[in-house]
Design a protein. Structure first.
Length: 204
């Protein structure tokens, strides 16, 4: 899988254009700002965009959706638990375990509530990577004190999902730089403290 990261906004939100081959099928993940930058990348790579994949509904991750959709005619994906708050038409409401096909790879949808009720991550076993939105970053976790956040749900998401990822898995978060889970387990104190609170040694 090939990845183009696009950073925008005052809090430097990450969005991504992902694809396997130039001239093939691609997806956009969490386009918060600067739709023209995404469109420029898409045109340069001659991609057919099959969908915009949203990890959650917050504006800094969805602000450029409308213009990209209008330009490409693609579908928009958002978990049903976030749709009521997003309040725009969603074409696909993926569930935990659903698979999204690329040309040579696929993404598995992982429902990881905590930051929002409908937060998801997109995991590629083949490429050993996961797009985590605002669920987990390289050195901390997503906020759970917003309107539809939940510390208890975040704890469960970390224990049941994120802590199952091997050290060779690279996370591509909604803010900040990518990092391996080996790095996360060494430097992300919030993640390690939460997993230990659940009675586990990180990585067990």
């Amino acid at each position: 899988m090939k990845i183009k990261r696009i950073i925008g906004g005052n809090i430097e939100s990450n969005g991504y254009v992902i694809y396997d081959n130039e001239g093939g099928t691609g997806y956009v993940i969490d386009p918060g700002y600067n739709p023209e930058r995404y469109i420029s990348v898409i045109r340069k790579l001659e991609l057919t965009i099959a969908g915009i994949l949203l990890t959650h509904h917050h504006y800094d991750h969805v602000g450029a959706v409308d213009k990209i959709k209008a330009c490409t005619g693609c579908k928009v994906y958002l978990h049903r638990e976030d749709c009521d708050i997003y309040k725009k038409n969603i074409d696909v409401m993926p569930e935990h375990g659903d698979r999204i096909q690329m040309d040579e790879d696929e993404l598995v949808v992982l429902h990881t509530p905590g930051h929002t009720r409908g937060s998801v991550c997109f995991f590629s076993e083949k490429s050993k990577l996961v797009f985590t939105g605002d669920t987990i970053f390289n050195v901390d976790l997503g906020r759970t004190d917003l309107a539809d956040g939940s510390t208890a749900q975040m704890q469960r998401s970390m224990k049941d999902i994120a802590d199952k990822w091997g050290n060779d898995i690279t996370i591509y978060p909604g803010h900040g730089d990518p990092a391996t889970m080996k790095y996360v387990r060494k430097h992300n104190k919030e993640f390690c403290d939460l997993v230990r609170f659940m009675g586990l040694t990180p990585g067990q």
